[in-house]
Design a binder for this molecule. Structure first.
Ligand code: BDP
Length: 602
């Protein structure tokens, strides 16, 4: 299935289906038997893209867990006869089956990656067509992200995430109606090599037909700078302008299938030329060491929840530039494609994370991790099923994102249980597959839980660089004991330096919950002053170990979680509020990060 982003070209059409759709929850899972695939009885109206939860004023709908349905009407133009017509979903969280005019078209598992429903056979051309999507947002241990689903005596289902973000669901990303020629470009990949001032872009194009393929590369002024013919080949770019941190040059790759002079299909998109590799204790971009400064983020904002919001995206990039950041991790799932397109344009680096979170059985893993708890998560009967889904999601993520210059690494799990030997074969499979799927062979990593320490963690050897999530001074030895936190932190770092002397190490999480505009003199935990003291302590530690090449603080902004005794209206570790206004720590970071070069720390 093609993962190419929908575009308009001489041969292709992409029409947005965003807007108000019909919506119904289906608590008894009776919709199918009642024929809802043909049309929903008395649907409510709901915005797409958005999560459905935060629109509602009643708790039952906000917390809804189970089957639910979306529907819309689409007009398929008569002149599209002979084309392949599809509905392309940016995502559907977490399980979806699509119907067109009552006919089942396709199903997809995994709520954070795109898929296409080919409606060519079921659609009526020159008329309205009804698209119905049946979805389900229950959590289990066979699907990512992991969690459980509890059924209350009333029959109501409740999602119990093993992760610390709200189980937002629905059609949360852009939806397109697309038309493509029957013979089409289904995918392509690029690999970059730098040769002095020049660069070679080795490409590979997949099509579903036999006609000849040509490829060209144009610079930002539109001048064609390299051309090649064939499904595989090399584009040689003289005096290549490289894609760099906060200085992103984008060429346009244009791929055509043609029958003599007649163009059958044409696909074009911007690409940056750059290399990325790990050497010794450094991460190299275009052969130069980089130091990662930035955030773990979430797709999360008021009202639309996890829904793609183009305004929030813009604001987030402006804030990242203002504060002097150069990188973020797509914790804890692949984000909307438009965000990678923007990072490509802005020169911001991305560690792209698959939705493998919650592989540690706990409803409060963030707190229990510090306790040394172990759960042998990968020794369960359900593990093979989980692994199959995980590998498939990695394949989809890499297929979707492999051509983005901004993506410098794959994060294959967040805070899994690595303390039991049963984790090893699981990790081996996951890391091997990521290497196999990625034509650029980018570095692979995973975020290590507090309990994954040297001598205890059985799996860090699979990662090309280590990514630590550490909370000394917050979940452990915080407040008045912070000096003990610093000492414990340093002794763990000493142990890592010794255990893994030959790999780069970055922090993918460190942070302290902080109530915006709440302060205390002297500081106490949750105050703005404490957040800064905590960060100063962490940075003292980072700055004393040369093998540390990145600091991605947790979190960019406050975000929604499941309610509970540890969370007041969500997780408050944001450097910005959920409304994207600065806490005092934002000014502290701006000073620290702007005192360093954009991309490196001497
Ligand atoms: C880690 C998780 C992250 C949490 C964070 C926290 O990776 O999702 O939100 O800690 O506790 O456990 O704030």
């Amino acid at each position: 299935m093609s993962m190419l982003y929908p575009i308009n070209s001489t041969s292709r059409r992409a029409v947005s289906l965003n807007g108000l759709w019909g919506f119904r929850t289906d608590p008894k899972s009776e919709g199918l038997a009642c024929g809802w695939q043909h049309g929903l009885p008395a649907p409510d109206s709901i915005p797409v893209p958005a999560s459905f939860a935060d629109f509602y004023t009643d708790k039952e709908t906000r917390e809804y867990c189970g089957d639910f349905w979306y529907q819309t009407e689409v007009f398929v133009p008569e002149e599209w006869q002979g084309k392949r017509v599809s509905v392309r979903f940016g995502c559907a969280t977490h399980l979806a089956t699509v119907y067109c005019n009552g006919v089942e078209i396709t199903s997809h598992e995994g709520g954070f990656l795109p898929f296409t429903a080919d409606i060519t056979e079921a659609a009526h051309f020159g008329r309205e067509n009804r698209i119905v999507v049946r979805m389900n947002n229950e959590l289990s241990e066979t699907r990512l992200p992991c969690g459980a689903t509890t059924v209350l005596p009333s029959g109501r289902k409740i999602a119990k995430p093993y992760f610390d973000f709200y189980n937002y669901s629905g059609l949360q990303r852009n939806v397109f109606l697309t038309a493509e020629p029957r013979e089409s470009i289904t995918g392509y990949s690029v690999r970059h090599t730098l040769l002095g001032a020049d660069a070679e872009v080795a490409y590979e194009v997949q099509t579903n037909g036999e006609h000849a393929v040509t490829v060209e590369l144009a610079d930002e002024a539109g001048n064609v700078v390299a051309q090649a013919a064939g499904r595989t080949g090399v584009l040689t770019v003289r005096d290549a302008k490289l894609w760099k941190v906060r200085d992103a040059y984008l060429y346009t790759i244009r791929i055509r299938i043609a029958d003599g002079e007649r163009v059958i299909d044409e696909y074009a998109e911007p690409i940056g030329i750059r290399t990325v590799e790990v050497r010794g204790r450094q991460i190299l971009l275009n052969g130069e060491p980089v130091y990662l400064k930035g955030f773990g983020k979430h797709e999360d904002s008021d009202i639309v929840g996890r829904g793609f919001n183009i305004g929030v995206m813009k604001r987030d990039f402006e804030l990242m530039k203002w504060i002097g950041a150069n990188c973020f991790r797509t914790s804890h799932y692949p984000y909307s494609e438009e965000i990678y397109q923007m990072a490509d344009r802005e020169g911001i680096l991305i560690i792209d994370e698959v939705q493998a979170v919650g592989c540690f059985e706990s409803l409060m893993n963030f707190a229990e991790a510090s306790s040394g708890k172990r759960t042998a998560f990968f020794a369960k009967e359900t593990t093979p099923q989980l692994l199959a889904h995980h590998l498939h999601s990695i394949e989809e993520m890499i297929e979707r994102d492999k051509n983005h210059a901004c993506v410098i690494a794959w994060s294959l799990l967040n805070e899994p249980d690595t303390t039991d030997p049963s984790a090893k074969p699981y990790f081996e499979a996951v890391f091997a597959k990521a290497r196999e799927f990625d034509p650029q062979k980018r570095p692979r990593t995973f975020a290590l839980l507090m309990n994954s320490k040297p001598g205890v963690c059985q799996c860090h050897q699979y990662a090309d660089f280590l990514s630590l999530n550490r909370y000394y001074g917050w979940y452990l030895l915080g407040g008045a004991e912070i000096e003990l936190g610093e000492a414990a932190f340093r002794s763990e770092m000493d142990a890592w330096q010794e255990a893994v002397p030959d790999k780069p190490l970055i922090f993918t999480e460190y942070g302290a919950d902080t109530d915006a505009a709440y302060d205390k003199l002297p500081s106490t935990m949750w105050s703005e002053s404490y957040q800064i003291e905590y960060l100063e302590m962490c940075h003292r530690v980072f700055d004393s170990y040369p093998g540390i090449v990145g600091e991605l603080v947790w979190n960019f902004a406050d975000f929604q979680t499941t309610e509970g005794i540890m969370r007041v209206g969500g997780n408050k570790k944001g450097i910005f509020t959920r409304q994207r206004q600065p806490k005092r720590a934002a000014f502290y970071f701006k000073e620290r990060w702007e005192s360093l070069p954009l991309d490196y720390k001497a």
